[in-house]
Design a protein around this ligand. Structure first.
Ligand SMILES: O=P(O)(O)OP(=O)(O)OP(=O)(O)OC[C@H]1O[C@@H](n2cnc3c(O)ncnc32)[C@H](O)[C@@H]1O
Length: 497
């Protein structure tokens, strides 16, 4: 009993001071590691939201974007979480009943109210950008255009979001923001990689935007947009061709064929067997063709098809003007265009049409693509209708024209060749977000792409935690070793019990 007590008194590990120091040491190290881990633990994700309404010529679409609340300034993080297609036509079609333009947005806006968490409503910016349909209405009837905007404004103010206004985007903005969107989603801007050009085909206008090393903006400065994004300077070439969206281009090819006001036309861009009676007043009700309206034309004409790709291409070519160019080189209509450079993403109607025609694979030689389209155009209308009973009648009737228009615009208009055609990728979306101008527009207006690259911490989170843990363990081992003089000594002599 007394020897036991003696040993206890001699063994420093049994001294209260040593025990207390050890416990405090362990607690301190555990606390140090815990604080380091907790401090750097990602906060429970809170999101911010932004809503953009794309008021196009053919329809309006609503997009909701979401990004982690604490990382506004980082890239590649803003994502589309929801989209809603507004029922009915584009807002420019409500020129004679502006109130209905506002009302048409209600359903999608209510969806947005449910999709965005309530506590975020008041801080969620809401934008409406109108494109070529409203540009044309503004040219045709500016007071009607103002009334449509007034109605849309009033309707959107009813919702609990931070409404930032409704306006017409210039063609240059539409092109440039489309380019920002595709390159942002591909994470090319933050990483400073070679950028992709953007080809956007709408209903009433079409945009081409790309960076070319032989373009510094000095030739045709109106086509130049300068950006400084994440510390990199971009000199972007962009042009928007009003009236060269696929719906207005179709009007122009029809106007070309009805110049003398005939009662019927035999159109190679429509399938053999297609026949519909159409109104002249509707065909010419657009500033893109109104000046070509034939005098004393009957009220209607019969639009029949004969399905001939090559003849169709000739008519389509006739809506482009290649005769004059005051610059070193042009695309068409006397518009400057530098040498095409790099890969291109082609979206909106480029994708819808080429996807339907199963022609999105650009590694198929261009000549073969034309042959396939020629074969499609030559298919009788009755057979096409039987083959695609669920496709919207208007789209189905127009795919031969639309495909021919796309190939003609790309090759004759923009000068893509058999060699450069494979540089085009037909895309609908990138990483779940639709390709289009809306995301780039919101990123710009919310200043979410910084001009300079954001500073990043010298160590990533995992590296920081590992180093703190290693140091803590080393300290602990050092502490234990420093207590060596107090370690219990084992007797070398065998003990007889
Ligand atoms: O940019 P603007 O010129 O104002 O036009 P938009 O915004 O209305 O243009 P979209 O990109 O929404 O659509 C482009 C065109 O594609 C058409 N379109 C949409 N879905 C389609 C589909 O599935 N098949 C064929 N065409 C389609 C639509 O009617 C337009 O003519």
């Amino acid at each position: 009993m007394s020897t036991q007590r003696e040993m206890k008194e001699k063994n420093p590990w049994h001294r209260p001071v040593t025990i207390i120091i050890t416990v405090i040491g362990v607690i301190a190290i555990v606390a140090l590691v815990t604080v380091a881990v907790l401090q750097n633990w990602p906060l429970s994700q809170k999101y911010k939201y932004g809503i953009v309404l794309d008021a196009g010529s053919s329809h309006t679409a609503l997009y909701i974007y979401e990004w982690p609340a604490e990382k506004d300034n980082n890239t590649g993080r803003v994502e589309q979480t929801h989209s809603c297609t507004v029922k009915g036509p584009g807002i420019s079609s409500y020129a004679s009943a502006p109130q209905k333009a506002g009302e048409s947005l209600t359903e999608c806006m209510q969806e947005a109210v449910h999709r965005v968490p309530k506590k975020r409503h008041h801080e969620t910016p809401l934008y409406l950008g109108a494109t070529a349909g409203m540009r044309l209405l503004n040219v045709q009837n500016s007071s009607a255009s103002n009334k449509v905007f007034q109605a849309v404004d009033e309707a959107l103010r009813e919702f609990p979001f931070a409404f930032q206004g409704a306006r017409i985007l210039s063609g240059q903005e539409e092109g440039a923001f489309g380019w920002v969107t595709v390159n942002y989603l591909d994470d090319r801007l933050r990483q400073g990689l070679e950028t992709n050009g953007a080809l956007d085909l709408g209903g009433a206008s079409t945009q081409i935007s790309f960076v070319s090393s032989n373009y510094d903006g000095s030739e045709s400065p109106s086509n130049s947009v300068n950006f400084r994004l994440y510390g990199n300077d971009y000199n972007l070439y962009t042009h928007s061709f009003l009236c060269y969206g696929k719906d207005q281009a179709l009007r122009m090819t029809l106007a070309q064929q009805t110049r003398s006001g005939p009662t019927s036309i035999l159109d190679p861009c429509f399938h053999d067997g297609y026949s519909e009676t159409k109104e002249y007043s509707k065909l010419y009700d657009s500033p893109c063709v109104s000046d070509r309206k034939p005098q004393e034309a009957p009220s209607t004409y019969i639009h029949t098809g004969k399905g001939n790709f090559h003849q169709c291409q000739e008519i389509v070519k006739s809506v482009f003007n290649f005769t004059h160019c005051q610059y070193s080189q042009c695309s068409f209509n006397g518009i400057f265009q530098p040498h095409l450079q790099g890969p291109f993403g082609a979206f909106s109607a480029y994708y819808f049409v080429m996807n339907f025609l199963k022609l999105t694979n650009t590694s198929i030689p261009l000549e073969q693509v034309k042959e396939k389209l020629a074969h499609y155009c030559a298919t009788p209308w009755t057979q096409i209708q039987k083959q695609y009973p669920n496709v919207k009648h208007k789209y189905l009737a127009e795919y031969c024209f639309s495909g021919t228009y796309i190939l003609t615009l790309l090759t004759e208009g923009y000068n893509f060749t058999s060699e450069s055609y494979p540089n085009i990728k037909f895309i609908k979306e990138i990483k779940g977000s639709d390709a289009g101008w809306t995301l780039g527009y919101m990123l710009n207006l919310t200043n979410m792409i910084p001009a300079e690259a954001p500073d990043s911490p010298p160590l990533p989170h995992a590296g920081y935690i590992s180093i703190v843990t290693v140091i803590a363990v080393l300290l602990f081992v050092l502490f234990i070793l420093s207590m060596r003089p107090f370690w219990p000594q084992c007797s070398k002599e065998p003990q007889i019990i």
